[in-house]
Design a protein around this ligand. Structure first.
Ligand code: PXP
Length: 259
């Protein structure tokens, strides 16, 4: 099902909000693992799931089932806590993306302070890496945070695209372009430091292409929009549409570079 692509931009599908809908009623339906299997069949390169401290969507059992049932890489989103570290070390996902987490927030509102949190993050990054789990830090597009990620020994950074997407929603095209340029510069600076660079948060059909066109970015993680759109057209159709937009943008960026 995975069509051959002319570039290596991966799509990770975040299935948290299938669990949000399930938990609204407390039963087993809709099942996020079924959504992950559907995404896998439709060509997702990976599945992302965030086990929050308050278990508001994904549950511990969901993570166990994802580990058992999916064949593509699992990106385990986690706060930098002892509890989450223990679960990651027990479940051994392909990757762990460390995110800041506040109980009162609706979603992950900003990037991790990798610079200010060095002492807390350092042993967690080390233990995850020693266990063979690829560590990613969800940070703002900021050189200070990139330097901190390198110092911590993270293999990957995921750049927070929330402010960029907010600017689009607010119709502020100046801020939208400014944020895009900030993300592009940070992506290049990340690669120059030897980091693999991902991006995500709030991406939609309207906002994905300028980010997909940044050659330094290797993976986009997208959840809420795809799950929401899936209600109307099916998750697999929504995903294929997203992938096509990503591929078109990347392809034309690569063509511009080589011409
Ligand atoms: N990447 C990270 C690190 C996230 O925390 C989230 C949200 O859970 C996403 C990507 C996906 O964001 P969205 O659901 O807005 O597409």
């Amino acid at each position: 099902m995975n069509k051959q692509r002319s570039n290596d931009l991966r799509l990770g599908v975040n299935i948290d909000h299938v669990a949000t809908v399930r938990n609204a009623r407390g039963g087993p339906h809709p099942d996020p693992v079924r959504a992950a299997l559907m995404a896998q069949k439709a060509g997702a390169d990976g599945i992302t799931a965030h086990l929050r401290e308050d278990r508001r969507h994904i549950s511990d059992l969901d993570i166990e089932r994802l580990r058992r049932d999916i064949d593509i890489p699992l990106n385990f989103e986690m706060a930098a806590t002892e509890e989450m570290l223990g679960i990651a070390l027990a479940q051994k996902p392909h990757a762990a993306c460390i995110v800041p987490e506040k109980r009162e927030e609706r979603t992950t509102e900003g990037g991790l302070d990798a610079a200010g949190g060095h002492n807390q993050l350092s042993p967690i990054v080390r233990q995850l890496s020693d266990a063979g789990i690829r560590v990613s830090l969800f940070i703002e597009a900021d050189e200070r945070q990139l330097d901190a990620a390198v110092l911590l020994g993270a293999a990957v950074v995921e750049l927070h695209t929330g402010t960029y997407c907010e600017a689009w929603l607010n119709g502020d095209m100046e801020a939208f372009e400014r944020e895009r340029a900030r993300i592009a510069a940070a992506a290049e600076a990340g690669v120059a430091r030897g980091l693999e660079v991902h991006a995500g948060h709030g991406l939609t059909y309207d906002t994905v292409q300028p980010i997909a066109a940044i050659p330094a970015i290797k993976e986009l993680n997208i959840g809420h929009f795809l799950i929401g759109e899936g209600i109307f057209i099916g998750l697999d159709v929504a995903m294929r549409e997203m992938r096509q937009l990503m591929d078109e943008a990347r392809q034309s960026a690569m063509e511009k570079i080589s011409s």
